[in-house]
Ligand binder design. Structure first.
Ligand SMILES: [Zn+2]
Ligand SMILES: [Zn+2]
Length: 426
């Protein structure tokens, strides 16, 4: 038995925000009770003091890249999930763009077998939508679902035609699997490296307009309506895309979206020639950022997802337009979200929801603190002062725009299936 005592328990599913002690037995929550009540300390066995901390359901990251199999010089399931646990995540969903692509049950099983041995967190793989993510024919979606995938996506390679998207969604609706799209109209994208605007002109870098994303979002929503499939927008970055999602939700469609910490924190004004500010979709305008923050607060956005995209240092040490897209994100996600809480832009309970019940609901799953539930918990401080040092990251890669940033608030302990997989030394 492990007792989590003296914490402030915040459970978005029930709305509970109260001082409670939580007892864990094996991989389950067995009791949630007012503090100091009943049970003698002796009978409780081991305990973890959560004084001054928030105790939340285990955080879920809907979108990351663990790079295994095949690109282990950038990340592995072991190092990636260790970084995730340090970020407070108890479950992560790796995208299928590995080598080989996770487009068959055997690759899915390989990932899960490896995770069972080395992962600090739960690993919920996302399978490819098309074979090899080549956008031609469907992947082995039903067989992958049997093997354990939780959604499908060709992340990194947008699904090019409405016709293929319709096939994917028709099929996934019958399996009740959500379809996640990296929304991008490739004809406007053309390999450009940042958002088109004043800053791209100033820097002389080729830019892509926000419509590159929102055209694809609008198309996918219409295909979702046509097929009745659950549809989720990956890393939504533009105001115009958010407005499409808001309107779709109003019409009662099963449409959801996620926003990354870098998109709700930074703008294209932050982009210099530093490749650590290069990701896809690129950083938007100040107006986009304000719209995303509003969407996080009002429920239009369902989840904060990291899109943790590690790249080995050498690959980012090149000219801006030649560098790969992507930044790491596990270890800074919560602290960046807390910046919105501290500045009064996001209520704390809503922030917790965006890391827990929100992403779980996208996958059709439950996440709450109650007897009988899995013992996945994230303990965090809203006040702990610290500075993020990329060199000390648990990730194999260092490509973050937040190296050296001072933060207020941090994950303090991460518990997965009753096991303390990370504990921060104050
Ligand atoms: Zn993507
Ligand atoms: Zn991604």
């Amino acid at each position: 038995m492990l007792r989590i005592k003296n914490g402030r328990v915040m459970d978005p599913a029930s709305g509970m925000d109260a001082r409670r002690d939580i007892w864990l037995d094996g991989d389950r929550i067995v009791k949630v009770a007012p503090q100091g009540g009943g049970e003698s300390e002796r009978a409780a066995g081991e305990s973890l003091d959560a004084s001054g901390l928030i105790v939340a359901p285990g955080f879920v990251d809907l979108h990351c890249h663990l790079r295994e199999p095949g690109i282990e010089n950038s990340e592995t399931i072991e190092t990636g999930t260790r970084a995730a646990a340090r970020g407070g995540f108890t479950a992560v969903c790796p995208m299928p763009n590995t080598r080989p692509v996770n487009d068959s049950a055997s690759v899915t099983r390989g990932i899960l077998e490896r995770a069972a041995v080395v992962a600090s967190t739960r690993v919920w793989p996302i399978g490819a939508a098309s074979a090899g993510s080549r956008g031609e024919s469907l992947a082995e979606i039903a067989a992958m679902q049997q093997a354990g995938i939780v959604a499908v996506s060709d992340d990194g390679k947008p699904i090019a035609t409405a016709r293929l998207m319709r096939q994917v969604m028709d099929y996934c609706r019958s399996l009740d699997l959500p379809v996640i799209d990296h929304c991008e109209d490739a004809s406007l994208f053309a390999g450009n490296s940042m958002r088109e605007g004043r800053q791209s002109v100033r820097l002389g870098l080729a830019g892509m307009p926000a419509a590159t994303e929102s055209i694809a979002v609008a198309r996918d929503i219409q295909v979702a309506e046509l097929t009745g499939c659950r549809f989720h927008v990956a890393h939504l970055s533009a105001r115009t895309s958010l407005e499409c999602v808001r309107a779709a939700k109003k019409r009662g469609l099963r449409v959801s979206c996620e926003v990354t910490p870098h998109h709700f924190t930074l703008t294209d004004e932050d982009v210099a020639y530093d490749t650590h500010f290069k990701m896809n979709p690129p950083l938007g305008s100040a107006e986009d950022r304000a719209a995303l923050v509003e969407g996080l607060g009002d429920g239009t956005v369902d989840a904060i997802a990291t899109d943790h995209a590690p790249h080995e240092p050498a690959s980012k040490e090149v000219e801006f337009d030649r560098a790969p897209f992507g930044v790491t994100g596990f270890e800074t996600a919560l602290a960046l979200a807390l910046e919105l809480v501290h500045s009064g832009k996001l209520p704390l309970m809503r922030m917790v929801e965006l890391f827990t019940t929100g992403p779980a609901r996208v996958l059709g799953r439950d996440r709450r603190i109650a007897e009988g539930q899995p013992a996945d918990l994230t303990l965090f401080s809203t006040e702990h002062a610290w500075t993020f040092r990329a060199a000390e990251s648990a990730s194999k890669s260092r490509n973050t725009p937040f190296d050296g940033r001072a933060f207020r608030g941090a994950p303090m302990a991460t518990i997965v299936a009753g096991r303390v997989v990370y504990r921060r030394n104050a």
